[in-house]
Design a protein. Structure first.
Length: 190
């Protein structure tokens, strides 16, 4: 961190990302993950308690160096624009250690009005066949789609329209869970 804080505009700290079916591959190195009641595959990231506590103390040690847990927020900070993934005022936002001017930028952002037809059109644009139903909650800017979607398609539509999309995940999706899917950090005492 001493080196990064001298040369980088900010840092991004990300815990362990666990793809479906990968738990068995890592329990030899981290035995605590073998506990079946730990939702390691649906967590945003898995953190050892000691590392999580260290992460929480870093802003005090590097007060002029923002530390993010979300890439989209770090990118928004560097580009001096509001985050487009609707992270503001979420648990992910609270976990980020970003400056007040960035929080103000995100708070002041005005999102364009969206309709169900806009969402369908964007899904077609990314190559998703016709969607039967989009349940659109304009107040929460959240769309629920009944069909199965790849995470890459949901992220594209979320980024372009500034919304959240909830949908069943494709069985062959190669991406891990994340905060855009509603996953939260999992802190493991080891």
């Amino acid at each position: 961190m001493d080196w990064a804080a001298r040369y980088a505009a900010c840092s991004v700290a990300v815990g362990l990302k666990v793809k479906r079916g990968a738990r068995g591959q890592m329990t030899d190195l981290w035995p605590a993950l073998a506990a079946e009641d730990l939702p390691v595959e649906s967590a945003d990231a898995v953190w050892p308690r000691q590392t999580w506590d260290l992460l929480e103390s870093l802003p005090d040690r590097y007060p002029g160096h923002p530390i993010f847990q979300t890439n989209s927020c770090a990118l928004a900070y560097v580009l001096k624009r509001p985050d487009s993934h609707r992270v503001h005022k979420t648990p992910a936002c609270a976990a980020n250690h970003c400056p007040d001017d960035q929080r103000d930028r995100c708070a002041a952002a005005t999102l364009a009005p969206i309709t169900s037809d806009d969402i369908r059109s964007r899904l077609v644009w990314v190559g998703v066949p016709a969607i039967r139903s989009v349940d659109w909650d304009a107040d929460r800017r959240t769309a629920t789609v009944q069909e199965v979607l790849h995470l890459r398609d949901r992220n594209n539509v979320s980024e372009q329209l500034g919304i959240t999309i909830r949908a069943a995940r494709a069985s062959n999706d190669q991406y891990w869970s994340g905060r855009l899917e509603g996953g939260q950090p999992l802190i493991v005492d080891t």
